[in-house]
Design a protein around this ligand. Structure first.
Ligand SMILES: [Zn+2]
Length: 272
């Protein structure tokens, strides 16, 4: 993932589900969310934004049952077009190869069976999410290019790569509801910098859907850790009810190994 909170707001239900089943779930987070807006009352003299958000992530990781959290040490680039995009440490200032190399060495260290990352539009077109999608894919396909699909005792091979996708059916309902509530879908979010219209029609195949309704409570508790990011509360009652609806199921596209288009939707990331 790219920022502290992506693990909770995006795939929190899935992570909680698998950790509750005894699966070791590890998180690699590229930045410490340095560009996140922090309400003035949460800023103390002694803590930087990065330190606040790292502590929030540690809290959420504990609630979601994560086994470990790793940072790659890059800097949050902020939304597209912001001044922080130009910071030399910004994630999007790096080459994809450089970021992929860092991810590859973490994969060697953790040795996951299954890897989850963002879809090609990074969920809602955040430039850091898109960078992590590209770099994780590059890292993953680097293993496949080197070893093919052959498992062997002298090399390690991650079995599957998934992209977290958002159901476009639900997204379209969401846009309609926003319009009915008099809100502008092209200026969504606390900072009004998310243009839902620009990605509402981006469709990706769904191969796995995890029922995460039972894990909503845990996901919401983890969201309360991210106090600086609104603790998971976006907008009024309608928006939060719709977000709850989104989070009842989390959906994934299997990027590798490629799947024939049978329309079958599995309910486990480890299934074949
Ligand atoms: Zn993010």
């Amino acid at each position: 993932m790219a920022h502290p909170d992506d693990e909770t707001f995006g795939v929190g239900g899935t992570l909680a589900y698998y950790s509750s089943k005894g699966v070791d779930v590890h998180l690699i987070c590229a930045t410490k969310g340095e560009e996140g807006y922090i309400p003035a009352e949460l800023i103390t003299k002694n803590l930087s934004i990065a330190e606040i958000r790292e502590a929030e992530l540690t809290c959420a990781a504990e609630i979601l049952g994560l086994k470990s959290v790793h940072f790659l040490g890059f800097r949050d680039s902020g939304m597209s077009g912001s001044e922080s995009n130009k910071n030399p440490r910004a994630l999007i200032s790096q080459s994809i190869e450089n970021v992929a190399e860092r991810i590859t060495s973490k994969i060697h260290e953790i040795k996951p069976q299954v890897i989850i990352t963002f879809d090609p539009i990074g969920g809602y077109k955040h430039p850091d999410h898109i960078m992590i999608h590209k770099a994780t894919s590059k890292a993953y396909f680097g293993f496949i290019e080197k070893f093919g699909q052959e498992k062997s005792s002298d090399h390690y091979l991650p079995e599957k790569l998934y992209y977290h996708i958002v159901s476009k059916k639900l997204m379209k309902v969401f846009v309609k509801m926003l319009k009915l509530a008099g809100k502008d879908p092209s200026a969504f979010g606390k900072n009004k910098d998310i243009n839902i219209n620009s990605f509402v029609n981006a469709e990706f195949p769904m191969h796995v859907q995890i029922k995460t309704g039972k894990y909503q409570k845990q996901r919401k508790m983890a969201a309360t850790c991210h106090l600086s990011q609104g603790a998971g509360k976006f907008g009024g009652k309608i928006t939060s009810a719709l977000i709850d609806l989104f989070n009842k199921k989390e959906s994934f596209m299997q990027a590798y190994p490629p799947l024939p288009n049978t329309g079958r939707i599995r309910n486990d990331l480890f299934d074949n």
